[in-house]
Design a protein around this ligand. Structure first.
Ligand code: ADP
Length: 254
């Protein structure tokens, strides 16, 4: 009986140890898989612009019969793809640093309305060039505690998208106001909208709603993943409402 009891106890101890080890290992395994997926997706996204740049540079170097128009076209493509790479690398660095907890917020108290005015100012020029009607409604004295640089990045991501996905003649409206203890920021456009089936995924890394819009607009599929990270790190919420063909509205509560 003593021997059977001992064997049972050892058996139970081994089973419990195995179960506990598996429970501890599953999250590590999942995070390792997520990390591998991120590296694979990032490499894939980097490869496309690099291949285009290489092909165009080869044409410029090897084809002596190219007309000046063809040369200009190749150089513009190289320029556009280099800009895309630059943005992609900056976004990848932000996400990689946030994953490894190396990116801490630099919290200070500041006037959010002046930051919003500053960023909106940059987009006014773009609005003129792209012939999009850009309206702003920014309440004064919106003091908040936050990371100025990251919130600047958040505004740029949301406005950049609103302009990118709104064909001319369209409208982009930026509203910022106080609601109780919160600041509400809304970026609304009358652009292409987002299909309902894509809405749950648009904050995922590398997700782009319509393959037809790929590549040419300089998108990376990482902007909204970063936007969500910034908002959540500030203890805020970001939500979206959209209707295909009518427009999209992103609402941020800080
Ligand atoms: P991207 O670099 O492709 O814009 P984002 O992460 O910023 O990447 O956005 C993910 C996807 O969400 C976009 O590819 C686009 O399909 C959709 N999207 C984001 N903002 C808008 C918008 N204002 N109007 C329509 N679609 C949008």
């Amino acid at each position: 009986n003593i021997i059977i009891g001992c064997c049972l106890a050892v058996g139970i101890a081994i089973a419990a140890g195995y179960w506990l080890a598996r429970r501890a290992l599953i999250p590590i395994q999942n995070s390792w898989q997520a990390q591998q997926q991120f590296v694979a997706d990032a490499s894939h996204e980097l490869r496309t612009p690099l291949a285009v740049i290489r092909a165009r540079a080869e044409l410029l170097l090897r084809d002596p019969k190219q007309t000046i128009e063809e040369k200009i076209s190749d150089i513009s493509t190289i320029y556009r793809e280099t800009r895309r790479l630059h943005k992609l690398v900056a976004h990848l660095l932000t996400l990689a640093r946030s994953d490894s907890n190396q990116l801490e917020l630099n919290i200070e108290s500041f006037a959010f309305d002046s930051l919003v005015h500053e960023v909106a100012g940059h987009f006014k020029e773009l609005a003129q060039i792209e012939q999009i009607y850009f309206q702003t409604e920014i309440s004064p004295s919106l003091f908040i505690q936050g990371d100025r640089e990251r919130l600047h990045q958040l505004l740029v991501i949301l406005l950049d998208n609103a302009f990118k996905y709104t064909p001319s003649p369209g409208e982009v409206t930026l509203t910022c106001r106080k609601s109780g203890n919160h600041v509400l920021l809304e970026v609304k456009d009358t652009g292409v909208g987002i299909p309902e089936k894509d809405i749950p995924h648009i904050f995922d890394r590398f997700y782009r709603a319509d393959p037809a819009r790929k590549r040419t607009d300089g998108g990376t599929g990482l902007g909204l993943a970063i936007a969500r990270w910034i908002v959540e790190k500030h203890g805020g919420k970001i939500s979206v409402q959209s209707e295909p063909g009518k427009g999209t509205s992103f609402l941020v509560k800080l």
